[in-house]
Design a protein. Structure first.
Length: 438
């Protein structure tokens, strides 16, 4: 099975891979297909006829009718990205003649081709190593530039940040994208959205700058960090894990309650479905991510409020949350058991933040809390009278209050270090999804 990292390693340069990222959207393609021997599709381009693109899956050699001199071209890379990230979109299984003929020519003189294939594999391995070294060098340069930019920003002060022109943020984001650091670019983009947005934006802004600075320092001493922390740093910068490695790993088998589900869409039309799970025995969270473009249907998912028996295989992390699910089988839904009070929850979150200081929010289940309104703010109070603020973005406060009827309930939500954003609630055994959950 292809992975995004494998496709990126095949790209002749960063520009080709960036162009391929745009072409992985299914609306660029017609007659998409795959079988055990090849991938194929016709990509709409500037020519009158679509470009015919094919990939030999045995060795990832590709061919395209476009005039590009780059190998692989952006169309072949885009097809491979589509196969890696949305394989269900390649629905045809019978290759057209132009694919079959190409494959047949490639299988002539098998002994000679075996030698060539061995040579090609060695050559590709060396090329992949060179590309990895080049990406490492790009990352070093990009993070050095980011460090200088952060120092300049700190020297100019918060007033400058509040009045900086859009180009100030856009240019730095573009430099990080060019350095193949999309994760760092996202953090800068999020930083640019903070000034003046909320009353406490200076604190949040300085925290964001500190996290970026810590990320730079962590990268420079990456080899001294534990493997799980190395994985966190790489993931945050934009490295992705090979899917075959993830599928081969061992996981956590338990009963999993589907606590919440959200849908988001970015400016490109990419939709993300996030499904949150909570385990019965181990009391751990798992986050499942699925993607679709514009009006494409998602693959069948899990229903919020239901439960399954399954193995969750986590992505490497000092605080594992994102996972994939193996062999889910329906079981009876259950009431999730979490932290009995606010103090225990905050201690656990502080420990997690110490292990991974770049965590933006932690999934939590908090038992025995009552929602209350104080002025314009929503809070929850536990049996020890400890108060926890709810997120200002939470818009279902009145619904939560009506559900509780002044009595305690169990909440699932995301804790960002300052406030809790509830996504689901249980009262007297009844599950209720809240705003932001489907």
């Amino acid at each position: 099975m292809l992975s995004t990292d494998q496709v990126q390693a095949l790209a002749p340069d960063a520009a080709a891979f960036q162009a391929a990222q745009r072409l992985k959207a299914v609306h660029h393609w017609v007659h998409l297909g795959r079988n055990e021997a090849a991938l194929w599709g016709e990509c709409r381009g500037s020519a009158a006829q679509p470009y015919q693109v094919k990939v030999d899956v045995s060795n990832l050699v590709s061919a395209c009718t476009c005039p590009s001199r780059k190998l692989p071209c952006k169309h072949a890379l885009g097809l491979m990205l589509l196969a890696a990230e949305a394989p269900d979109q390649l629905t045809d299984t019978s290759p057209p003649d132009w694919v079959s003929d190409w494959l047949a020519k490639r299988t002539v003189r098998p002994s000679a081709k075996t030698e060539t294939s061995t040579t090609e594999r060695v050559s590709r391995q060396k090329d992949a190593e060179r590309r990895a070294a080049r990406r490492q060098a790009l990352a070093e340069t990009g993070l050095e530039t980011l460090e200088t930019w952060l120092h300049d920003l700190l020297r100019h002060g918060l007033a400058f940040a509040q009045n900086a022109p859009p180009s100030f943020w856009r240019e730095q984001t573009a430099r990080l994208v060019d350095a193949q650091l999309p994760g760092a670019a996202r953090l800068v983009r999020e930083l640019s959205e903070l000034p003046g947005r909320q009353e406490d934006w200076p604190e949040r802004f300085l925290l964001g700058m500190a996290r970026l600075h810590l990320l730079i320092r962590a990268w420079r001493r990456l080899e001294t960090l534990p493997p799980a922390s190395q994985a966190d740093v790489r993931a945050l910068l934009g490295w992705s894990i090979r899917q075959d490695e993830l599928h081969a790993g061992s996981g956590l088998t338990d009963d999993w309650l589907v606590t919440a589900q959200t849908l988001e869409e970015d400016e490109t039309g990419l939709r993300t479905r996030t499904t949150w799970l909570w385990s019965r025995a181990s009391r751990q969270a798992a986050k499942l991510l699925h993607f679709a473009f514009k009006h494409q249907p998602f693959e069948p998912g899990l229903l919020p409020g239901s439960a399954v028996r399954a193995e969750a295989v986590y992505y490497p992390s000092a605080v594992p949350v994102r996972a994939i699910l193996h062999h889910p089988q329906p079981v009876a839904a259950f009431l999730p058991a979490g932290w009995p009070n606010t103090e225990a929850m905050l201690e656990a979150c502080a420990e997690a933040l110490g292990a991974n200081p770049w965590l933006e929010a932690l999934p939590v289940v908090l038992e025995g809390v009552i929602p209350i309104r104080q002025g314009e703010n929503w809070l929850v109070v536990d049996a020890d009278q400890a108060i926890l603020p709810l997120s200002r973005r939470f818009a279902s406060g009145w619904a939560l209050l009506a559900l509780s009827g002044g009595h305690s309930l169990t909440l699932f939500g995301l804790w960002d270090g300052a406030s809790l954003h509830p996504m689901a609630a249980w009262h007297e055994g009844r599950y209720v999804h809240l705003e932001g959950s489907r």
